[in-house]
Design a binder for this molecule. Structure first.
Ligand SMILES: [Fe+2]
Length: 301
C-alpha cells in the first residue's frame, strides 16, 4: 500500500499495513490495536496541534522524572486507572486467593533482608505496629520458601525515597523469608494516608481534573513463591477517610483490615511497648502459576 497522499481517513490503514510484516504475532496484535485506538482518540477529540505538542511535552517530562527512586510513568498509569485495569485483566479475583492490586511507584529493588520479627522502622516515630500472617495455598497448606517483600509510608505519609535527609537509605521496607510453616511476623510503624507526588506531570493532570491526590493508608506486600503467581497487593487500614476515593483506584474490600489498637504493655513479640500500639494479622493465599499456553479465561472460576 502506497504511503503517498494519505488523508485523515486513509492514514490508519497505511500505518497498520506498514507494521503487518512483524514476525511476532503478539506484537502485530498489540501495535495494530494501539495505532487504531490512538488514531481513533485523535479523531474523537479532534486533537489540535497545540494539544499534540502539550501531550508530547507532558510525556517527555514524565520520562525525565523517572529514576531508581521515582517512577512517574507508573504513577501516571495508576492515576489513569490503567494499572488497576491491567491487574484485573490478568488476575481475576476468585475464591480464597488473595486479590492483587496496583504495584505503585515506591517499590525499590534490593531492599534489606531481615530476620523474622525484625523492626523495619528503627528510629522512625509513629505508632508501633506488629504485623503477622501466613502464606499458604487455597487449601491452607503453608508454602515453604516464599519471599515476602514489604514497603509502606511513615506516620507523616512519606516513603523513604521522599525523605531527602535520609540520603537514599532504605527504611520501612524489607524482605522476609518465612520458614516451612509459611508464617511471618515483623515490627514497623502504622502507615498513614498520603498524597501521591503532585510536583510532576501527574499532579498537573490531577489538578486539571479537580481530583484530590490522596491514597488511603496501606502496607504494600509482594510475595514470590516457586510454582505460584507473584502476588502484588496492599493491606489497607480499615476506617481510613480515603478508603472510598483512592487516587489510584486500588482498594478492594478483601484487602481492608483492622489495625487493632492496644494499650501500652507486652507486645506480641514479647517486648514491652511503652506507648499504645497496633497489630495487623493478614494471611496471604497464593494462586498456582498458570501452565504454559493456558489462557487465564480458560481456568475454572
Ligand atoms: Fe503506597
Amino acid at each position: 500500500m502506497s504511503t503517498r497522499n494519505l488523508s485523515e481517513k486513509s492514514i490508519t490503514k497505511a500505518v497498520i499495513a506498514r507494521n503487518s510484516k512483524a514476525e511476532s504475532a503478539r506484537f502485530k496484535t498489540v501495535i495494530t490495536s494501539l495505532v487504531k485506538n490512538l488514531h481513533r482518540f485523535a479523531r474523537d477529540v479532534k486533537l489540535t496541534e497545540d494539544e499534540w505538542n502539550y501531550g508530547i511535552d507532558f510525556l517527555t517530562r514524565t520520562g525525565q522524572l523517572c529514576s531508581d527512586k521515582r517512577q512517574e510513568f507508573i504513577l501516571l498509569s495508576d492515576t489513569l486507572g490503567l494499572s488497576t485495569l491491567v491487574t484485573q485483566l490478568n488476575h481475576h479475583s476468585r475464591g480464597k486467593e488473595t486479590e492483587q492490586t496496583v504495584f505503585g511507584p515506591f517499590h525499590r529493588e534490593k531492599a534489606p533482608v531481615y530476620a523474622m520479627g525484625d523492626n523495619i522502622s528503627k528510629g522512625i516515630r509513629g505508632v508501633p505496629c506488629f504485623v503477622s500472617g501466613k502464606i499458604s495455598d487455597a487449601k491452607g497448606k503453608p508454602i515453604a520458601g516464599a519471599v515476602l517483600d514489604v514497603w509502606h509510608s511513615d506516620d507523616d505519609g512519606a516513603y523513604d525515597v521522599q525523605r531527602a535527609e535520609w540520603k537514599g537509605a532504605m527504611r520501612m521496607r524489607g524482605v522476609f523469608k518465612p520458614g516451612p510453616d509459611g508464617k511471618f511476623h515483623l515490627r514497623t510503624v502504622r502507615p498513614k494516608y498520603y498524597p501521591v507526588p503532585t510536583d510532576g506531570p501527574t499532579g498537573e493532570l490531577l489538578k486539571a481534573a479537580a481530583r484530590h491526590p490522596m491514597r488511603p493508608a496501606h502496607i504494600h506486600f509482594m510475595v514470590n513463591a516457586k510454582g505460584y503467581d507473584r502476588l502484588v497487593t496492599h493491606v489497607f487500614v480499615k476506617g481510613d477517610e480515603y478508603i472510598d476515593s483512592d487516587a489510584v483506584f486500588g482498594v478492594r474490600d478483601s484487602l481492608i483490615s483492622k489495625f487493632k489498637m492496644h494499650k501500652a504493655g507486652k507486645a506480641p513479640d514479647g517486648t514491652v511497648v511503652r506507648t499504645p500500639y497496633c497489630t495487623l494479622h493478614y494471611d496471604f493465599v497464593m494462586r498456582p502459576a498458570k501452565k504454559a499456553g493456558k489462557k487465564d479465561g480458560a481456568r475454572k472460576k
